[in-house]
Write a protein that binds this ligand. Structure first.
Ligand code: COA
Length: 336
């Protein structure tokens, strides 16, 4: 759909008009983890870059985290909850399988005019959500959308498994997308998946394949499993190609990019990708030392931080990229 102005065609786009984020108060440091499993601050820092992560209280749910992040995003966009037409929550750790966490958020937020659904593309979920929201706006179905990436990973982690429990954390990041015309906004979103590699990162129990039972509990199928090293190698290769292809498809040079906001899984993945691209780390958003891997929440939390610190300015080119379970990977190019 296009809009005309002064005889000129202006592309109809979606633009992020507000961001917000929230992480639970409780901080779990690498030193705390040394007391739980056979690990060390040195190993975790060297292999991942993570120093600490936030952990939700027993009573705190994913929709609670969504609520706090959403309130801040709404405030930044100068909108009231009743003006939101659609809520999308990207999550793999929702409050319950049914109803959606987005519906529970709608209730808590009193966003009574919004449709609501969840979307699960694991760590790529926020960018999948951004693509869905962007297309709803460009197609004219909705004008104001709240998109949240939120996870309470801590409740799906085997706290006796040192290979996974040191990696993840809890948090939420939210954005408001609104209809706009002109050069600023979401320029492109690209989504990919390879289901053949589904078992690289998975949480096998609790669904229709292995419904909850004493056996699934005993075999710990309700916890996240990851082939870390195999995933690592594919992630670096895939992300470099993803960034190069996204820029090329949009005729943007790497030197024109103001900021790369990667999914925050591992500092070595982020640095290796930047090195392969020849992109200075000053142009890469990194906050995983404070949050760990918050899956679908990692990109919107990092985005909110760079926005609030004034690290990206009007008209800057910003590229977001993610990689995670599915396998899935995705990118979004934004003119801020
Ligand atoms: N503390 C100390 N030692 C640990 C440990 C921990 N927390 N976790 C694993 N180890 C040990 C392993 O047992 C292994 O020991 P071994 O050589 O005696 O068998 C050794 O450290 C190396 O393990 P490995 O898995 O090869 O380490 P790695 O360098 O690949 O780092 C990850 C592990 C998980 C940090 C890394 O592979 C990773 O980040 N993978 C990608 C994650 C990702 O991108 N996911 C996508 C989004 S979710």
């Amino acid at each position: 759909m296009r809009v005309f102005q002064g005889g000129k065609r202006l592309p109809l786009r979606s633009r992020i008009t507000g961001t917000g984020s929230y992480a639970p108060e409780n901080v779990l440091t690498n030193f705390d983890l040394e007391k739980k499993v056979d690990t060390s601050d040195e190993w975790i820092t060297e292999r991942t870059g993570i120093k600490e992560r936030r952990i939700a209280r027993d009573t705190e749910t994913t929709s609670d985290l969504c609520l706090e992040a959403s309130k801040k995003a709404l405030q930044a966009a100068h909108l009231k909850p009743g003006e939101i037409e659609l809520i999308i929550v990207a999550t793999m750790s929702g409050d319950m399988p049914m109803p959606s966490t987005a519906s529970l958020l709608q209730k808590k937020l009193h966003a009574k005019n919004a449709a609501a659904f969840d979307l699960n593309a694991a760590c790529s979920g926020f960018l999948y959500g951004l693509s869905v929201a962007d297309n709803f706006i460009k197609g004219g179905t909705f004008r104001k959308i709240l998109l949240v990436g939120a996870e309470v990973m801590s409740k799906f982690i085997d706290w006796q498994d040192r290979s996974t429990c040191v990696l993840f954390g809890d948090g939420a990041g939210a954005v408001i997308l609104e209809k706009t015309t002109g050069q600023r906004g979401i320029l492109s979103t690209r989504l990919f998946s390879d289901g053949n590699l589904w078992d690289f990162i998975c949480l096998p129990g609790g669904g229709s394949q292995y419904p909850p039972s004493s056996k699934t509990l005993k075999n710990k199928l309700h916890f996240i499993k990851m082939k870390g090293n195999e995933t690592f190698k594919i992630a670096v290769r895939t992300l470099e190609k993803l960034v190069v292809d996204t820029l090329r498809k949009n005729n943007i040079k790497l030197s024109e990019l103001a900021m790369l906001i990667p999914h925050q899984a591992n500092l070595r993945i982020i640095k290796a990708t930047a090195e392969r691209l020849n992109l200075p780390m000053s142009k890469v958003a990194v906050n995983l030392e404070r949050y760990g891997n918050t899956s679908s929440a990692s990109i919107p939390i990092a985005l909110d931080e760079v926005v609030r610190k004034g690290r990206i300015k009007k008209n800057d080119y910003v590229l977001l990229e993610a990689f995670g379970a599915g396998l899935t990977w995705a990118s979004a190019l934004i003119r801020w």
